[in-house]
Design a protein around this ligand. Structure first.
Ligand SMILES: *[C@@H]1O[C@H](CO)[C@@H](O)[C@H](O)[C@H]1NC(C)=O
Length: 275
């Protein structure tokens, strides 16, 4: 039976998934960029997950199959790391991709496209990244052109839907409102504060949190991604109540994520079905 997805339903789902992460402590391997390693590992720990920051190719065959999920982030991509990313993405289901600055170079774009072919459960990027990926990955498409930093998440929504349909992956576009789509349904998550963008690697951290949520809810990556985005944004809102600027927000956000309780999550998570 299809339950109606009211605000209260989303609040309960978000709390249930955060609780599942806390109880099950999913082992999440992160091949992430050098800038983000600290906040990614600490955000996962605060949420109750178990991060493993392992990227050596020779460790992948032994270690990766034991993980509950893998998070791959191309922010500080190198030729040495790409084979580890391919191997880890192939060795574990589910896995999640963060295509940081996908259009920065041809090498990076091709790396992202080759990773996309390995069927991530979720791709989480900003509007520019999703527009760039969609314009390259969707055959014969002339509709999705250009990708600059002025794009808002709403501008990338059509591209995200097409990309989701053509790849069979859930696409999450971060912005003032985060949009999450499987190509059919679109969900909006609107928790968060603007100051979070002044902290480096918050996007990477939320991608890692999505990975932990997908680890405990692999059969519904759309719901898992929407709940993780809303929970992380909510932690930012609560952190902002005590923060003086980006550095203290970073600290208070991690504390808030650790301290979230049922009442706060169910009453403050803002997720709505858009279509
Ligand atoms: C998306 O992220 C990339 C990499 O951090 C950045 O260069 C770009 O300006 C961002 N775009 C938007 C719309 O925020």
């Amino acid at each position: 039976m299809d339950e109606e997805r009211t605000a209260a339903w989303w609040g309960r789902r978000a709390w249930a998934l955060l609780s599942a992460v806390r109880v099950r402590a999913p082992l999440v391997q992160c091949i992430t960029n050098l800038v983000s390693m600290d906040i990614v590992a600490n955000a996962l720990l605060a949420a109750g997950a178990s991060p493993a920051m392992i990227h050596c190719l020779r460790e992948v065959p032994d270690f990766t199959p034991r993980c509950d999920a893998v998070c791959i982030n191309v922010g500080t991509l190198s030729e040495d790391w790409l084979p580890s990313m391919h191997a880890a993405a192939s060795a574990c289901r589910p896995w999640v991709l963060d295509p940081v600055a996908a259009a920065a170079s041809e090498f990076r774009m091709e790396a992202c496209l080759s990773l996309l072919a390995l069927r991530p459960a979720v791709v989480r990027g900003n509007a520019s990244e999703i527009l760039a990926l969609a314009s390259r990955s969707i055959a014969a498409s002339s509709t999705f052109k250009g990708a600059d930093s002025s794009h808002d998440s709403g501008d990338a929504l059509e591209a995200a839907k097409s990309l989701a349909q053509s790849t069979g992956t859930v696409i999450a576009v971060s912005g003032a409102v985060d949009y999450i789509t499987d190509g059919n349904q679109v969900v909006g998550a609107s928790n968060g504060v603007a100051m979070m963008q002044k902290i480096t690697a918050t996007g990477c951290a939320v991608t890692a949190l999505i990975t932990a949520f997908v680890a405990v809810e692999p059969s519904d990556a759309l719901v898992a991604a929407a709940c993780a985005l809303a929970i992380f944004g909510l932690a930012g809102e609560i952190g902002m109540e005590s923060a003086k600027g980006p550095a203290s927000l970073r600290m208070h956000l991690v504390d808030a994520l650790y301290c979230l309780d049922e009442q706060t999550v169910t009453s403050r998570v803002k997720i709505t079905l858009q279509s």
